[in-house]
Each structure stands twice: as structure tokens, then as C-alpha cells.
Design a protein. Sequence first.
Length: 420
Amino acid sequence: MFSGLYNTGIVAYQTLLRLVAPFIPKARLWVDGRHDWARKLQQQLAGNKKPLAWFHAASLGEFEQGRPVIEAFRTQYPNYKILLTFFSPSGYEVRKDYEGADYIVYLPADTPANARQFIELARPQIAFFIKYEFWYNYLRALKAAQVPVVLFSAIFRPDQLFFKPWGQFYRNMLHYFDHILVQNQESVFLLSSIHITNVTLAGDTRFDRVAQVVTTKKSIPIAEAFKKTSPLLVVGSAWPEDMAVLIPFLNSFTSPLKVIIAPHEIQDEEIERWRSQLTKRSIRFSEIADGAPATADILIIDNVGMLSSLYQYGEFAYIGGAFRQGLHNILEAATFGMPLFFGPEFAKFQEAVDLVNEGAAFPISSVTELSSDFSKQYENAEEASQISCQYVQRNIGATTKVMEVVRKLMSESGPPVRSE
């Protein structure tokens, strides 16, 4: 019964996206990216005689979380090809040229037929799902094909369907995983309460990823020249709800401060509307790149891909998404050591909860709160900066624990085979 309802929901979701695709660019990418998927996948895999590992990420954030494991797997199992799939266009369109994977495609919708055909074509020797991905038909197809399945960097909360009296269908999905690596002890307890014991407390692989970011950060001369010797606030992944608080705050803040704002989505009309509301001088990154002088207090980034490197220039960071959409990655900023500010909806993000409790992060819900908390940190940010940096450093190592589980599973499953 529940599987029938689930499959009906998947079909309904596909139908809805097809209907709105002509009007919504993101929906159009979702639909077009899956058109004729089987032929495209078959073409990509044609001639491959090596064993294959499949990694699936919902979107860009989950990909960055899984990236250390992908790269560790590549290093430790160089004979394998790597297939990377995405659910969301915001992941695929940004990372479709990622050199760490051999094949990169959209994940076809989770219907029974699609799942069976996908597994038959890809023939993975092992499959990885990152953090939140629970696709019933894919998990069933992998189990039927006797493919080991790993879920890592997972985090569970009491309000999830797995732990509700009526959640048996979703609880059953968890039994399809050969091993689950979780971020915190609460997740271990919750899974144990529903008799899921193939669990390891490993932490979050994002800490390993952001540690890589520090060592591979790119120099951004325009940002460095813009900052000069002024204290700098970097605003990462700003949504309109964030700017509704930030703009009045920035307009009223009188102490020396440069600001770099990276919008969550690059929309010219929205950027220009923000600029019209700001009373301080602002300039777009593209204007400086085209030769305009950087005589401004606020620099607005109108491209993608440089946010993680921009944090190296900051003394403070505001991270967007925690008013409604979902808090963006705060660890990229924390690893550079600075006080963090974000909206009030952060309870689902373990690292945010930890850093708030430790005194390095400050949730705000109004202009008044932001002004008060920021002013205090502006006068003395040293303690919060040290806490945030040390927090990242002591949580590095989840990737190593994932790979320990992988080695055990792969040794148990026998030598890799690639059928012709």
C-alpha cells in the first residue's frame, strides 16, 4: 500500500515539474536533464570494463560534503570508475565538469522501472548516498543486485518519519543500507531505538572538505584590493529575507567596515534593488573586473564559485538561509576563524547549534539583534574567532572512518567484477 502511494507521489512530482518547466528555469533543467536518460548513460558507459562506484548527492551542498570521500575512494581504489549523480540542477549544473568523477548525470526519477534500468546499466560494485537521500526503489534495486550501500554524514532527528508510529515504510528503507555513518550521538540513539544497529558515529565529512578549502583556497586580488586594511564582513549565500535585516543594519553601522555580499542566486534585478536600498557606496564584482575603480564600501559578487575563498579575507561572516530556506554552509567561514551570524532557524544544523553553544556563532532575528551582537564582536572578536577555528580542527577525520567501513564492506563482497 505505502509503496503504491510512494510511487504515485513520484509520478505526480514528475508530472508537476513537466507542467511548470516552461515557466520555471530550474524545473526546466530538472526535466531536460533527465530526458532520454538511459540512452545518455549507456553512451557514457560504453566501453567501460572497469568496476564502478556510484555516489549520489541531492545538490551542491551534499556534493561538497561527499567530495572528500569521493577523492579518498579515487586514491585508494584507482582501478574503479566513479559515477556521480545529482537530484537537483543546483548541484549538477555547477559540478557537471567535476574532474574527480568519470561520469556525471542526473538521477532519474525514483520509479521502479527507472531504478531497475539504472542499476542494470551502471552495474555499480558499491553505492554511496550522502546525508539525506532515501530513494525507496533505488535502494530496493541495489539490494536485489546485492550491491553494498553506504549512507554517510547522515543526521537523524526525532521529528523525522522514521521515528513516528506510522513510519514503518520509511523505517524499512533504512534496512537496505549495509552501513550508516552518522554525525552525532543522538542519531546513534534514535537508530538504535528502531533496531538499526549497523551504525558508526563518524562525524561530518564537511569538516574534512573545509580543511581542504583552506589549503586550496584561491587568491582573489579584487577582493584583497577592495578590503585593503579595513575590517571585512563577508555575507555568504544571501536571500531576500537576510538582506531585509542586513540592509538596515549596514545603513546604520557607522564604524569602518567593508562588506562583500554573495547572493544565493545571481539575479540582476534583485541585486540592483538591494543597491538602491543601500545608502553606502556599492559596486558589482563584474564592474571592477571590467576596469571600474573599486571606490565602494560594499562589493556584490555577481558570479558563482568563489565564496569559499572569499572568507579568507573576512573578520566576520554572515551566513544566509536561516530565515526560511535552510542555513547555508557555515563551516567554510568557521575554518578561517571568525564570529558567525545567521538567522533564527538553525536548530537542524548540528554545527550551528554547537557553535552557538560555544560562543562563536550568533543567531539573530531582527536588525536590533544583529546590531547589538555585531557591535560586541566588532570590539572584540578574538575569542569567537579562536573557538570557530578550533571547532573545525577538532572535528576533522570523518572521511577516514567512512573509508574504514568501505574497506570492510568491499573485502566482504569479494573482488570487483564488471560484466560485459
